[in-house]
Design a protein around this ligand. Structure first.
Ligand SMILES: Cc1cc2nc3c(=O)[nH]c(=O)nc-3n(C[C@H](O)[C@H](O)[C@H](O)COP(=O)(O)OP(=O)(O)OC[C@H]3O[C@@H](n4cnc5c(N)ncnc54)[C@H](O)[C@@H]3O)c2cc1C
Length: 476
């Protein structure tokens, strides 16, 4: 099947590739895997950063203590085969891995890497390359793609699988600190973390999953200095609990149109679950299948209200962590090495051989000053595309190929993942997967959502090609 024939003002023209996937983390890799399964003859190019193919940021970690935050039996890469990963790991493990076990993210990276290698072995048209895409230019109904290796090629379909960007700049940090070795701007940069010495005191800004990752990395290296963890609400993630009975409490219900009423409803249901011998976690989990639909039903004012007032609480309860991880955090707190601050940064300045951190403590309502040798930015991925210093994103914005969504959580997309341009038109052959779709879906960054999106996008691309071929035959 030669599908890469595009209509162009009555003429036909062949592209270099049928589909180009930009970003080779879990999401990009799984689009490639699905295309390889259903149309092995397609010429597909998967472009990703060296060493991150199939692993991306999350599963490319070198720290074995970094565990999945979802049980093994729920981490299949295939929506139609929910225990695929759990069986894969049991086939390779000396000991039995329970369905509820939280295995290492490295092992998960090996799983996705193997799926990608299998796809490459069966699909002769799949090309996996180490390069960064720096520009995409629409060209009639196709795209011209430019890479950081001064290469240009044309493609008929394009998938943006760009994943999570590093955190945005911290406010209140002096320029000389920001430029210094003491400021670690990307928490996923293992080389930067290696600069922290055994006796150094550290300030981690942000108290979510990434902060916990950094704590585990420091603990693994026997770092003995004081670790300050600071966030505005001072909320750490909460642990999963085994064998939480399922709860179907929201099925078929009309959910309130206001976030305030919704918060009350969730609290009420959680309290009722606890009273009846259940667990509030089941109520949070019960919302997950409805989150996208509910987010879509909210007015933009209510979405903003959620982001401003409820998000930190939602994130702490929704994105839970393995019990063995929380026990490390508790150990650090018990021995006084970890200090949690509910505070706002006023200023971080440089002294002779350390940093001076001035904060406003929101518990005591008083200013407070302490010192640290390093500050690590764990405030979460920057989602405002206008603030990103990424060549591809800058070019896509400049050309109007993508537009940020109203809440700056990502870019404008249709419910099936087509990218909407600055004229408000959704391209039939340009898709986004994962984090970029947060504005329209909210729940779109974890494997259970990404695996479904990857399959859907692969099938939409094929349907699009079939339509183009039919139209071409009709006009010929
Ligand atoms: C630390 C961490 C832990 C997580 N743990 C879990 C978990 O346990 N369970 C779970 O379900 N989810 C987890 N997640 C959620 C996670 O976001 C998804 O599971 C998944 O890994 C996201 O994959 P992705 O491909 O969308 O993004 P990423 O993994 O970010 O991959 C995107 C890739 O695209 C590349 N890229 C970007 N721009 C370009 C360009 N211009 N050219 C070429 N390449 C480009 C990047 O370098 C990167 O390799 C975790 C996330 C993080 C950050």
């Amino acid at each position: 099947m030669t599908v890469c024939v595009v209509r162009s003002a009555g003429t036909t023209r062949e592209c270099d590739y049928d589909v180009t996937i930009v970003g080779a983390g879990f999401a990009g890799a799984m689009v490639a895997v699905h295309l390889a399964r259903v149309a092995p003859e397609l010429r597909v190019r998967l472009c990703g950063a060296r060493g991150e193919h199939g692993r991306g940021v999350a599963y490319g970690t070198t720290c074995r203590r970094h565990l999945l935050n979802v049980p093994a039996a729920k981490m299949s890469a295939f929506p139609e085969n929910p225990e695929h990963f759990w069986r894969w790991i049991n086939a390779r493990s000396r000991e039995v891995v329970a369905k509820e076990a939280f295995v290492s993210r490295q092992e998960y990276g090996a799983y996705v890497g193997e799926l990608l290698r299998e796809a490459k072995a069966t699909a002769r048209g799949l090309e996996v390359t180490s390069m960064r895409v720096v520009d995409v230019q629409p060209n009639d109904e196709t795209f011209i793609v430019a890479t950081d290796q001064n290469e240009q090629f044309t493609t008929s379909g394009l998938v943006l699988a760009l994943g999570n960007f590093p955190p945005g700049e911290l406010r209140g940090v002096d320029a000389d600190v920001r430029r210094s070795e003491r400021y670690i701007s990307s928490p996923w940069d293992a080389d930067a973390l290696a600069r922290v010495g055994e006796r150094d005191d550290v300030l981690i800004v942000g108290s979510g999953l990434t902060a916990v990752d950094v704590l585990l990395s420091l603990e693994q290296r026997d770092a003995g200095g004081t670790i300050h963890v600071l966030s505005r609400r001072g909320l750490l993630p909460i642990a999963h609990r085994a064998s939480v009975p399922a709860n179907d409490v929201f099925r078929g219900r009309n959910l309130p149109a206001s976030i305030r009423a919704m918060t009350r409803l969730v609290r009420r249901e959680a309290a009722a679950a606890e009273k009846n011998g259940g667990d509030w976690r089941a109520v949070i989990d019960a919302l997950r299948p409805h989150t996208q639909r509910y987010w879509n039903s909210l007015s933009s004012g209510e979405r903003r209200r959620f982001l401003r007032h409820v998000r930190p609480f939602w994130e702490a309860h929704r994105h839970r962590i393995a019990p063995e991880v929380i026990s490390v955090v508790e150990r650090l707190r018990a021995r006084g090495q970890l200090i949690l601050h509910k505070a706002r940064i006023e200023r971080i300045s440089a002294a002779a051989d350390h940093l001076v951190v001035s904060v406003f403590d929101r518990t005591t309502r008083k200013p407070q000053t302490f010192t640290a040798h390093f500050v690590i930015n764990c405030t979460g991925p920057e989602t405002n595309y206008r603030r990103l210093e990424d060549p591809l994103v800058s070019n896509l914005l400049r050309r109007g190929v993508v537009v940020p969504d109203a809440l700056s959580l990502g870019i404008e997309t249709t419910p099936d993942g087509r990218v909407t341009n600055s004229a408000g038109i959704a391209a039939p052959n340009l898709f986004a997967i994962g984090s970029a779709r947060k504005g329209s879906l909210y729940e779109t960054t974890a494997v259970p959502e990404l695996r479904a999106q990857a399959k859907e996008i692969a099938h939409s691309l094929l349907a699009q090609f079939a339509d183009s071929s039919r139209a071409l035959k009709g006009s010929g």
